[in-house]
Design a protein around this ligand. Structure first.
Ligand SMILES: Nc1ncnc2c1ncn2[C@@H]1O[C@H](COP(=O)(O)OP(=O)(O)OP(=O)(O)O)[C@@H](O)[C@H]1O
Length: 264
């Protein structure tokens, strides 16, 4: 590896961990004296679609903030593609794409300009960024809108632009924080389907945070987060079978009720 990447400590991922898109180990975090995440551990391999399911205030956004280093962790370790987000930040962050809960597109710029700006931030050559932008916009069905100002797009189209932008620099892990908020049923379904396709066809690992159980599909991996603790990490069907209930909703209610017990 050459250039600025080589100047960071430990330019290679830890052996055997490069195929894990995300690895979080024993992560705890508090805002001041208020604990928000308690000893969270999870690992997501390449190509997996994992749903981070938790009610409001569970700690989903905080977990994303720690992965993207908007906050710094207090205890534990986070690796992306085997790279430590603190000590190997450049390599780690080159491998993450993010769709934040709040839309972050510049409404007065065109779709293509928003993507070009993101490419520049990631140090991409303009020609490479343009080629990737065209490919990603075609992938989300917005090739025709590349010159359209974002302000003129629907909510669902804006979300798709954000996904195209999040994938512009070819990350191996895409984080989406409640990406369907405000979208109609058809747009929500399209977005969920698109994210699954990315996993299947491009090997991208997706961590999809939501409180909406109906966004979980059969075969999805479900990580249930409640009051900062990971209460389950199973395929949806396995979770239902393990708890002896009929639906994922019942499984979720059961876990959350059990999780209401005060933290030790
Ligand atoms: N900057 C902050 N300072 C202090 N407390 C915070 C801050 N951000 C979040 N919290 C608290 O941390 C807890 C977890 O919040 P977080 O936003 O991570 O949850 P969430 O699962 O993403 O919720 P939602 O589904 O409502 O977005 C909540 O109790 C929240 O009030």
């Amino acid at each position: 590896m050459s250039g600025p990447l080589a100047s960071e400590s430990g330019a290679l991922p830890r052996r055997g961990e490069g195929d894990l898109a995300l690895q979080v180990s024993d992560l705890s975090f508090a805002y001041g004296d208020t604990p928000v995440l308690e000893a969270v551990s999870l690992a997501i391999p390449a190509g997996e679609f994992a749903v981070l399911l938790g009610p409001n205030g569970a700690g989903k956004t905080t977990l994303f903030s720690l992965i993207t280093r908007l906050h710094d962790r207090r205890r534990g370790e986070i690796r992306i593609g085997g790279f430590d987000v603190r000590r190997q930040a450049v390599q780690a962050h080159a491998r993450i794409g993010v769709v934040f809960q709040q839309p972050t597109l510049d409404l007065d710029l065109s779709v293509a300009q928003n993507l070009a700006y993101h490419g520049a931030l990631h140090g991409m050559a303009p020609r490479q960024a343009r080629a990737r932008a065209e490919a990603q916009l075609a992938r989300v069905g917005l090739a025709e809108q590349r010159r359209t100002r974002v302000r003129q797009l629907s909510g669902g189209q804006r979300r798709r632009v954000e996904i195209a932008r999040g994938l512009l620099h070819a990350p191996r892990l895409l984080l989406l924080d409640e990406p369907t908020v405000g979208l109609d049923i058809a747009s929500r379904r399209d977005l969920v389907e698109h994210a699954h396709r990315l996993c299947r066809e491009e090997g991208v690992a997706v961590l999809w945070a939501t409180h909406l159980i109906d966004e979980v599909r059969p075969g999805d991996r479900v990580l249930v987060l409640h009051r900062g603790r990971l209460l389950a990490d199973d395929r949806a069907e396995e979770l239902i079978a393990r708890l002896g209930v009929d639906t994922l909703g019942e499984a979720f209610d059961r876990l959350v009720a059990e999780g209401e017990a005060p933290c030790a």
